[in-house]
Design a protein around this ligand. Structure first.
Ligand SMILES: NC(=O)c1ccc[n+]([C@@H]2O[C@H](COP(=O)([O-])OP(=O)(O)OC[C@H]3O[C@@H](n4cnc5c(N)ncnc54)[C@H](O)[C@@H]3O)[C@@H](O)[C@H]2O)c1
Length: 301
């Protein structure tokens, strides 16, 4: 049994805590928001019920009002506070002060480098990134990011722990913004938004093209496998012709900026790049959750 501490009980933190509690580890969780902490047990229990599992593991997660109490006996600490450099650096300073010196300390930042997050820390050899994906209890991947100062043994310990709780961790060997997954994902989103900006097609068409073509293959066939499957000679011919025409925009999309200026932020406001009449956003969320739960059930079977 490993003693785990999670800082931040939001969308990601409560799911990360769930993964370790489900696997029988000792988990403490802290959040600066009393409400986030008070609802953590019920949110984890609800996730477990949706997965068709007994909700008991939820009650075993220890809730801690003070960060220092959550980390004081921890062997591994996961930080899942706001995506804000100053906040993360402040949380790391407090963890460094109060956690045992041997504890691993991981940030769940989505895109920031481990070097940036730990720049003010003294014990950087035990600090690393663990980039979980939402929802963390249903998506298998965790990117384990090695910072320039991270001890390779810390990376090995983290990879072994994540494998042990059923995750599919990968080792990201260089500390680059966005790691592997978000660089790939946002390369696609940049092109998707550029196609709309340039009037090539409407947003609905972009989504339909992805969902009814290569999106169907992606969970079985990665892009490198796919290049090998069609042949590198064909891939080279396509790239030689096409790559000069792809977006290399360094700024966010014009169309997206226009929506944001009008307060159209997406599903939460009923209008974003696409329109979301009442009920439609919830239908998408439910369909996605059911899809991920079914995939997870298949993996467990
Ligand atoms: N949401 C996603 O899809 C996703 C995916 C991967 C990684 N991440 C990353 O995970 C981290 C958490 O994201 P989230 O979506 O769970 O956010 P969230 O807003 O749902 O939760 C963050 C929680 O951290 C708490 N918090 C903030 N500052 C704190 C502090 N100083 N001390 C204690 N608690 C504090 C907040 O009260 C909040 O409950 C971010 O770095 C985010 O970029 C998010």
């Amino acid at each position: 049994m490993v003693r785990i501490a999670v800082i931040g009980a939001g969308l990601m933190g409560h799911g990360i805590a769930q993964v370790f509690a489900q696997a029988g580890h000792d988990v403490a969780i802290h959040d600066q928001s009393a409400q986030a902490l008070a609802t953590a047990h019920e949110r984890v229990a609800q996730n477990l019920r949706v997965m068709g599992l007994p909700p008991d593991a939820a009650g075993r997660i220890r809730l801690r009002d003070r960060l220092e109490d959550a980390v004081s006996d921890a062997e591994v600490v996961f930080e899942a506070a706001f995506e804000d450099l100053a906040v993360k650096r402040g949380v790391f300073a407090r963890i460094e002060e109060s956690a045992p010196p041997s504890a691993l300390v991981a940030t769940n930042t989505s895109v920031m480098t481990i070097g940036d997050v730990t720049a003010l820390s003294r014990t950087r050899e035990r600090m690393l990134g663990t980039h979980w994906w939402n929802p963390p209890h249903l998506i298998p991947l965790v990117e384990v990011v090695q910072g320039d100062r991270t001890d390779p043994k810390a990376v090995e310990r983290m990879l072994a722990l994540l494998r042990e709780v059923g995750k599919s961790p990968v080792h990201v060997r260089r500390d680059v913004p966005g790691f592997v997954g978000n660089r790939l994902q946002h390369a696609l989103w940049r092109e998707a938004l550029a196609l709309v900006d340039e009037g090539v097609c409407d947003p609905e068409t972009v989504d339909q093209v992805v969902k009814t073509s290569f999106g169907l293959r992606l969970s079985m066939l990665g892009p490198i496998e796919n290049a090998d499957l069609v042949g590198l000679d064909l891939t080279r011919a396509i790239h030689a012709y096409l790559l000069p025409h792809l977006s290399r925009a360094e700024a966010p999309s014009r169309t997206m900026e226009g929506h944001i200026e009008k307060g159209e932020l997406g599903m939460k406001t009923g209008q974003g790049m696409r329109e979301w009449p009442p009920g439609t956003a919830d239908a998408v969320r439910s369909a996605l959750a059911a899809h991920l739960v079914a995939l997870e059930a298949g993996r467990r079977a």
